[in-house]
Design a protein around this ligand. Sequence first.
Ligand code: XUL
Ligand code: MN
Length: 343
Amino acid sequence: MRGKFKFTFGPWNIHEGSDPFGPMVRKSIGFSEKMSMYKKLGFDGVQFHDDDAVPDLNNLKPDQIIKKAGELKNALNDHGLSAEFVAPRLWEDEKTIDGGYTSNDVKCRDYAISRSKRAIDIANALGTDLLVLWLAREGTYIRESKDSKVATERIVSAINQMLEYDLGIRVCIEPKPNEPMDHTYIPTTGHAIALAQLCIDPARVGVNIESAHAILAGLDPSDEMGYALAFNKLWTVHLNDQNGLKFDQDKSFGSVDLRRAFNQVRILDKHGYGNNGEWVGLDVKAMRTQKLEVSTKHLSNSRTIFLRLLELSRSLDETKVDALIAARDYEELDLLIMNHLLG
Ligand code: XUL
Ligand code: MN
């Protein structure tokens, strides 16, 4: 079965270019202007952090949050766009300095859970059943500051409270091994899928695999995807690229390692990704050097590369591949793939 591909990105993927060492270099673009850019760039869906959808939500009551999210839903409809997921942003507030669900302070843990419930309310108002958890600060700078068994149990308990709060919500963990933390508790797809088994309804806990995060863990993103597909748990992806073990770069898809990108497209297509409504999400950032007028090219380029790699994947002579596998001639298979990629 072939895949079916439609694309999303988040408003944070059109950004001002600030980094830890320097300020913004491009002016901010408001969300309503961004909304009008999606279709032109070839995208049909929007990924949201809770406060991308409802700014200043900490100062609003739950019913006010739902009302504002409802207004946003109407605006999305006007643009012909869907909401793919909502992710509680549990890494900026002062109450999440030491983590959200794994914070050592019970008041901060309660805040993280209540904020996650607000994110679920927003997801419902926006018409999506997907909640993404990037567990940004659920880890440590020094091992002694938290107990990893207790932390794991606290993440499970938090997810259980979300599953109980809304019997229709699906929770999608986005693993990442480090940054901002030295080590996080759910660094890989395997950790996330195993964690799902500890939850009260494992069938409603899946993964969002980000290419760069897998690479930062020293793993191959396409193998991570295949693993999640074997568990029917690949519910979304964050495609991008990453040049080795350093800060999370969110480079355009395929821009570092075309073959690695090809293999991600190939595994998704071979196993019918998208036929159950899954989206191809991008999590890419424009280079800081990019001028404002051309600061969305990383998005359209990533989509273009995905589609070009899809053509290559579909035009690969699978009979030859099978014959070389049967002959165990992987050197020739290597050359076949490289020649195919070189065109
Ligand atoms: C962080 C990251 C986040 C999530 C969304 O590395 O990838 O942008 O994807 O919360
Ligand atoms: Mn991501």
